[in-house]
Design a protein around this ligand. Structure first.
Ligand SMILES: C[S@@+](CC[C@H](N)C(=O)[O-])C[C@H]1O[C@@H](n2cnc3c(N)ncnc32)[C@H](O)[C@@H]1O
Length: 276
């Protein structure tokens, strides 16, 4: 079998994902360092070792392991983040939080940023990299996710990003400086809906998904424990699930001076901005 024939067979086997050619190409590029033009030219010899590596990855995919875990990394805001078991894969819709924060912080010198429920650190580390004058604190409870958070801070050489391993529901933040902005993409799936999620998503950690009965537990925790850590005129920026934005605004009622809801490319109310 030639390299090209093997590639086409993998595309077919991965078709269940909705884009078999894309997934097969990611595997060939990342696991074998073979480019699209190598495949088209078909001049390389397909070795048994190459076949074994890709076949193992294709089998893992068929068993529902996310492509990003197999590759071990994924892109977010033009940067690469290490991912694997126990950490949420960065999503493109979360990039909106970063854009909103950059916009809000434009006029502020040496701002303080908190990223609550940081996971891989994609939000906070991106901000730390793009705003080297900022001090960014990233809070994460789970051991497995914290491992990737530290690894990504190191990879991005983000000396101004500070990882804090804690439960945000009982952390004493009194010794930290007040924040200009608190960002969070917390777990927000209602507990009862988790089992009906796509196979790949269920393979991501439930601790990163489960937001309690109505999905809003973490917004309540943040309202109760963290709003007081925001400077006057500061901002809270959240990601949320479909139709949660109004309830989130209600939770913060009386503690905010303004609110804005941003819809994603599927017209879902995905980002909530609250002015303190
Ligand atoms: C939806 S994920 C978001 C990860 C990352 N911010 C992103 O956007 O890709 C939520 C994260 O919150 C963490 N988490 C869950 N409960 C927590 C708690 N009580 N305190 C701190 N982090 C928590 C989970 O481990 C997970 O990494």
């Amino acid at each position: 079998m030639t390299l090209n024939e093997f590639y086409r067979r993998c595309c077919k086997e991965l078709d269940f994902s909705g884009d078999g050619s894309f997934e097969a190409l990611c595997l060939f590029e990342d696991l074998l360092n073979i480019s699209k033009s190598d495949i088209v030219k078909n001049e390389l010899t397909l070795t048994q070792e190459m076949k074994n590596t890709i076949s193992k990855a294709v089998d893992e995919r068929k068993n529902g392991r996310p492509l990003q875990y197999i590759l071990g990394k994924w892109g977010f805001y033009d940067r690469t983040f290490f991912v694997g078991d126990g950490v949420l894969i960065p999503r493109p819709e979360t990039e909106t939080l970063v854009s909103c924060a950059l916009d809000f912080l434009k006029s502020k010198k040496s701002p303080v940023v908190y990223d609550l429920c940081a996971g891989s650190g994609c939000i906070g580390i991106t901000l730390a990299a793009l705003r080297p004058d900022a001090e960014v604190y990233l809070f994460e409870k789970e051991e497995a996710a914290f491992y990737y958070l530290l690894k990504n801070i190191e990879y991005h050489r983000a000396d101004n990003a500070h990882a804090v391993k804690c439960d945000i529901s009982d952390f004493d933040a009194s010794r930290l400086p007040e924040a200009d902005i608190i960002l969070s993409n917390p777990p927000y799936i209602p507990s009862g809906e988790i089992c009906s999620l796509q196979k790949e998503v269920i393979n991501e950690p439930h601790t990163a998904l489960d937001g309690g009965v109505d999905g809003l537990d973490f917004y309540r925790i943040i309202c109760e424990k963290w709003v007081s850590k925001i400077k006057n005129g500061g901002m809270l920026a959240f990601e949320c699930g479909e139709n949660q934005s109004e309830s989130i605004c209600d939770i913060f009622n009386g503690r905010i001076s303004d609110k804005k809801i941003i819809y994603d490319f599927n017209n879902i109310d995905r980002t909530v901005l609250l002015r303190i």
